[in-house]
Design a protein around this ligand. Sequence first.
Ligand SMILES: Cc1ncc(COP(=O)(O)O)c(C=O)c1O
Length: 395
Amino acid sequence: MTLQPFHLNARLEEELARLHAAGLTRRRRVLDSASAPRVRVEGRDLLAFASNDYLGLAAHPELVEALAAGAREYGAGAGASHLVNGHLRPHEALEARLAALTGFPAALTFSSGYLANLAVTPTLAAGREDAIFADRLNHASLIDAAQLSRARHHRYPHGDLVTLEKQLAASTAQTRVIVTDAVFSMDGDLAPLPELFTLAERFDAWLVVDDAHGFGVLGKNGAGSLAHCGLPAHPRIVLMGTLGKAAGVGGAFVAGSECVIDYLVNKARSYIFTTAQPPALASALLKSVELIEAGAERRAHLQDLIRQLRAGVAGLPWRLLASETAIQPLLVGENVAALALSRRLWEHGLWVAAIRPPTVPQGTARLRISLSAAHTKADVARLVDALHAAARQEN
Ligand SMILES: Cc1ncc(COP(=O)(O)O)c(C=O)c1O
């Protein structure tokens, strides 16, 4: 067979060249060590402020041991989807532990937060006569979830309760679903959850809360943002939490009423039509939930580091966005300038990711400084010193 010349690549190459010219090309760096504050990358030892391992559990020996023990007992893979024969004892036990920690009657585990979000919103608001109301800065997976649904998709400006109220009041939808990140992933701020709940009550809407960055970090026993804000595990709230960030492993869960969870088991396509997470991950996560519940000291240390960083950056030409969480974004502005600052820190042996559009709005490129309970005060002091040195180099 003779091969014909292939022209389709030309379009891809053009688009890649456009991204490159705009400072928007992405590349992956390979780590030769576990995810931890100290990592080995491309032959260099770096101090990283880039992961979502907020409690420092990703490489915790007790999790590693639980993972190995789980694999010895239950094998490497689940073998099938949950509804066929892939729902093993560790999955079931993990769901019960997560429900107990978050205070909801039931929970369901997923292989990733992306899949969990794809399960919830399009299943609750499936038809053209339904409506979704979403914060404009919601995570990409929530936006994609809304696009999977036939429902009308209203987006309100970030945290703008007045616009949301108007949109809800004008809606004649049969089912209304308000969807929000609890802690915004690139900004670190908290959604006004009590006010959103009040609007949900007033307009008889579901409230779907994505607590990817609050679970394990905020609230009593690390139960998350709802607990932090004093909100009850009400039947109109559906909570999503991820298990690859503070929980240190991978996967996600949805917690809610028995009815909601049963409905998702029966109707949510991204739950039904995918292989269950390997059971050993659930074994590791059972240990992780134990460490989260007993993690008050880790959370207090993390709060100390947040205060130290915020005090230390005073006087820099870039400002930290208002955030009380482990996500501390340093606003730079232009893509190229954010990349240059990230590169300068890299030269000082520090890894802080530059975040650019389309992940964040145009003109708001930033360094996403992410703190972990595994960092020391000396680590944060080193970052602060390097930022001041970079600012002096600018002048
Ligand atoms: C707010 C938010 N929701 C959902 C996700 C997706 O979770 P996962 O990485 O488990 O797919 C992420 C992060 O990746 C996130 O930041």
